[in-house]
Unconditional design. Structure first.
Lengths: 256, 314
């Protein structure tokens, strides 16, 4: 046997997607509903009483950030849960004894997690349109950011799922690190609204580049340059890929 | 007969410092049923884990049908099916979905006819749409076997296949294993049920403390290491063995009611005729006599005890 085991990639992908569709309420409806509540409260209700930012109404301004917030947390959650469950239930033995390398495993799990996140992102954008009027200036860039972010953070979630040895650890990084970084990454405000010192500090937050790039694809305005946003996202993607390659090479937390 | 698995100087030392395997070398012949016996912690599951790719070896090589399990892992693993000891299943999936998933994972295209055949052979066809969590322990074990067979492996590892299954399923499983062997599948099983190895295996390997103590044809092992005994149930109990018979390998048991004579199973001259003559000369009469051969279990226990006593492999 040579080359990639595409049957394995397809098997893992279908298996994960089947899990998503089996738990439709939890997987799709629940995140769409909770994000819709943000749109209703911050977009339609409070947003109408707030001034515009960079010439964009507050309701429309926060849409990219809110979608990004959900995209990050769902990508991490989907991918980490996907690989953690076989570890928890013991069925990981089959994956480890199958003729697959880290490439097939990552493609299958991360591909499924990212697909689900992209589906959610699109659903959220459609839902947002019901509450807040907005336009997308650069739809191709928007799609690129959506996919790139979903893939990158699904890879990150995959790493968390392998690292975690309990349900608490599975939740700790998304809750304690990713959510604060997203809230403080310009989802609800422009970083130009911060004092200069905090503007500099904020640039160390990787989520700033995602939100900024994503927002630029909607309205053509950004906190940082689009090339920097794409570059930082790709850098994080490469870091995640390198970590996963190392995990499968050494068997970290998988093979004894 | 050619070797389908060749293990050379395999060692495994875990991070804790525990040395699970100490230079194991073993050849498994194509088409045989090989039983690997050993007490808990002997290294059986580690050995299987390395061959199947679940455990990283510390040193040594393993070839599966000529493919190195580390360097050429794709080709090697595609040949192997594994039924682990633990009942690890995808609880929320259906039998049909999980078996098809396994087939895909091992690089095989979808084949509903073959999967149906596997499920029917394992009496799982009627349960194909049932979620695994609704099945009994025995049925879950069958599902795990079906998953392992779904990609048509040439080598099948059964790690404690009878753990927690009832007698009927055990018999079914033995029949299935024999059927697989007839189709050319090589089977390596570990078991705590020595009866299972005695019933099934062509060859036996005994592992203890990370070292292989013996690898032998089952019949040869039983003949070589097994003892035969002749039990004489006496008409009148004896207080002690007469001094004149002190040189004989005799033992007085059951409150002096039974004499046990142990002899070499392989020797042409058992000494039974001479013993009976001498007993008659000493007026020792018996009402019944009975011969028996030591079971594989007794051989296994003796081997492990002997190794513990000599400290070999430590």
């Amino acid at each position: 046997m040579s080359g990639l085991n595409w049957f394995a990639v397809r098997a893992i992908y279908h298996f994960e997607m089947a899990r998503t569709f089996r738990t439709l309420v939890q997987s799709i409806a629940s995140p769409v509903l909770s994000t819709s509540l943000y749109f209703v409260v911050f977009g339609a209700a409070i947003g109408s009483r707030m001034g515009s930012i960079d010439g964009i109404s507050y309701g429309a301004f926060i849409i990219p950030g809110l979608v990004m917030l959900s995209l990050l947390s769902e990508s991490i959650s989907n991918a980490s849960f996907g690989i953690y469950m076989p570890k928890w239930s013991g069925t990981i033995y089959e994956l480890l004894s199958a003729p697959v390398s880290f490439v097939e495993v990552a493609l299958g799990y991360v591909g499924a997690a990212a697909s689900k996140s992209v589906m959610l992102g699109v659903l959220m954008l459609i839902t947002a349109r019901l509450f807040v009027p907005y336009e997308i200036a650069h739809p191709l860039w928007m799609a690129l950011f959506l996919v790139l972010t979903a893939v990158t953070f699904s890879l990150f979630g995959f790493i968390i799922g392998i690292w975690a040895d309990g349900f608490e650890k599975l939740q700790i990084i998304p809750l304690m690190i990713v959510t604060p970084l997203t809230f403080l990454g310009g989802s609800f405000y422009s970083i130009s609204m911060l004092p200069p010192f905090w503007q500099t500090v904020t640039l160390f937050n990787p989520v700033v580049y995602l939100v900024s790039g994503f927002r630029w694809s909607f309205y053509g305005v950004a906190d940082v340059g689009i090339a920097t946003s794409v570059g930082m996202t790709l850098l994080f993607l490469l870091l995640c890929l390198g970590t996963i390659w190392w995990i499968f090479k050494t068997g970290y937390r998988l093979r004894s | 007969m050619s070797n389908i698995i060749s293990i050379q100087n395999l060692t495994k030392t875990y991070k804790s410092g525990f040395q699970a395997l100490k230079g194991v070398s073993l050849d498994i012949q194509r088409g045989e049923i090989f039983a690997l016996l050993g007490p808990n912690g002997a290294g059986k599951t580690t050995l299987i884990g390395i061959v199947c790719g679940i455990v990283n070896p510390s040193s040594g090589t393993v070839l599966a049908d000529g493919h190195d399990v580390v360097k050429d892992f794709r080709a090697a693993r595609a040949k192997i099916g594994l039924v682990p000891q633990e009942l690890s299943t995808d609880a929320f999936e259906t039998v049909w979905a999980t078996v098809n998933h396994s087939r895909g994972l091992f690089g095989k295209p979808k084949d509903v006819v073959f999967v149906e055949k596997v499920l029917r052979e394992l009496s799982l066809w009627d349960k194909r749409n049932a979620k695994i969590m609704t099945l009994s322990g025995g049925m879950k074990r069958r599902v795990m076997i079906a998953k392992a067979l779904s990609h048509e492996p040439e080598i099948l590892f059964l790690d404690e296949p009878s753990a927690g299954v009832d007698v009927e399923l055990r018999r079914d499983m033995w029949a299935m294993v024999r059927g697989l062997q007839q189709r050319g599948v090589t089977i390596i099983l570990t078991t705590h049920y020595i009866e299972e190895a005695e019933e099934m295996a062509d060859r036996i390997g005994v592992i203890n403390k990370g070292a292989l103590i013996v690898v032998e044809e089952k019949q040869a092992l039983m003949a070589k290491l097994g003892k035969k005994q002749l039990k004489l149930h006496l008409k009148t109990p004896l207080a002690a063995i007469p001094a004149a018979l002190g040189g004989e390998p005799l033992e007085l048991v059951a409150d002096g009611n039974t004499l046990v004579y142990t002899f070499d199973a392989q020797s042409e001259e058992t000494g039974i005729a001479a013993l009976l003559r001498r007993l008659g000369e000493h007026g020792i009469d018996f009402k019944e006599l009975q011969s028996s051969q030591s079971s594989l279990e007794e051989i296994f226990v003796n081997l492990v005890r002997e190794q513990a006593a000599t400290g070999a492999g430590t």
